[in-house]
Design a protein around this ligand. Structure first.
Ligand code: 5AD
Ligand code: FES
Length: 348
């Protein structure tokens, strides 16, 4: 099938076969990308207009028990300066964000055993009562079903857990042997069943990744129907085994953002910090390819540089208000409007 026909099929059926997804990826040209982006923007416009949702990101800890080969805060990185925020510090960040208009807070961190269920439950309850009408999103890695249930019962609304790759063989190449693809999938299923709005996602251009593997990611999104999907380019970190590997590109990331929008029109798709890191207008390009979420940083400036998942991460020097203002200006410059309500997924 010629690529133009594949785009027609994707627009109409929101589905392609694995081979067709791979063929679409392999046959991409600037013209094809433009056509895909045009359709993706049209579809997003019909659901979300020109609204871009904001989430205040609070990076609560860079202590992690895992050793993912791509990640700058992996436990083997001895030169990483470690920190963890206290519940009081996290609550203060949320309150500051609330005063700036944020209505969603994303608590993200490494897998740090300090954050027990009781500690997190009390914290979630405090954030919810100090910030009426806000949504709390957690991004704290793999936990037990019981733990996810307790956090949900305490008031957490959403959970982000990137699947990283939907191909078990590639998963094993990116992770140490003690981490398993099956457990990752178990977590995503549990989160969904418990009632969270769930986000999955993957890195674009991770070392060794093939079009066939990306096709599996797209098929997974097609069948799992996540509420959110975080995709960003792989960016090498100098203290990891992947330090010398090439990074992912803006071009392929944007192409995939458009494809994902057409597969699953209502999905919440962030234009990620990683995309903004590899190109000065990466996030703007992401929005123009079909994304509709941005995540300015609300972490205390003193620790921002330490949450270094990859090299040259942006937004490490700015205060929360500056980060917010910066993104607002960027969105306005391309004709979009940052909105401050909770920004729940629209289920159509
Ligand atoms: N480059 C890009 N993204 C990365 N992440 C971790 N390390 C890197 C890297 N080197 C992403 C992972 C993780 C999310 C929090 O950050 O996909 O799920
Ligand atoms: Fe912490 Fe990967 S090193 S989740």
């Amino acid at each position: 099938m010629p690529p133009e026909t594949l785009i027609d099929k994707l627009s109409a059926a929101h589905s392609l076969t694995l081979d067709e997804y791979a063929a679409l990826i392999d046959s991409r040209t600037p013209e094809l990308a433009r056509e895909l982006a045009h359709r993706a923007v049209e579809v997003r416009q019909s659901i979300y207009g020109t609204d871009v949702y904001v989430r205040g990101l609070i990076e609560i800890s860079n202590i992690c028990k895992n050793d993912c080969l791509y990640c700058g805060i992996r436990r083997s990185n001895r030169s990483c300066h470690r920190y963890r925020l206290t519940p009081e510090q996290i609550l203060d960040c949320a309150k500051e964000g609330y005063a700036l208009g944020f209505r969603t807070f994303v608590l993200q961190g490494g897998e740090d055993g300090y954050y027990t269920d009781p500690l997190l439950c009390v914290l979630i309850e405090k954030i919810k009562s100090a910030c009426p009408g806000c949504a709390v999103t957690l991004s704290l890695g793999e936990r037990s079903r019981e733990s996810y249930q307790r956090l949900f019962d305490a008031g957490a609304d959403r959970y982000l857990l990137r699947h990283e790759t939907a191909d078990p063989v590639h998963y094993a190449a990116l992770h140490p042997p003690e981490m398993s693809f099956e457990n990752r999938m178990r977590c995503l299923r549990d989160l969904r069943e418990i009632g969270y709005q769930v986000g999955c996602g993957f890195m674009v251009g991770s070392p060794g990744q093939t079009s066939a593997q990306l096709a599996q990611d797209l098929k997974f999104i097609e069948t799992f129907h996540p509420d959110m999907c975080g995709i960003g380019p792989f960016v090498p970190h100098h203290e990891t085994p992947f330090r010398d590997k090439p990074g992912g590109t803006v071009e392929l990331t944007c192409f995939l953002l458009s494809v994902i929008r057409l597969i699953h029109p209502p999905v919440l798709l962030p234009a990620t910090t990683a995309l903004g890191t590899i190109h000065p207008t990466g996030r703007e390009q992401g929005i123009l390819a079909g994304a509709n979420v941005v995540m300015p940083n609300l972490s205390p400036v003193a620790v921002r540089g330490d949450y270094e998942l990859y090299d040259n991460k942006i937004c490490t020097g700015e205060e929360s208000a500056q980060c917010r203002g910066c993104l607002e200006g960027r969105m306005e410059s391309i004709g979009y409007r940052v909105v401050t309500h909770r920004g729940d997924v629209k289920r159509i």
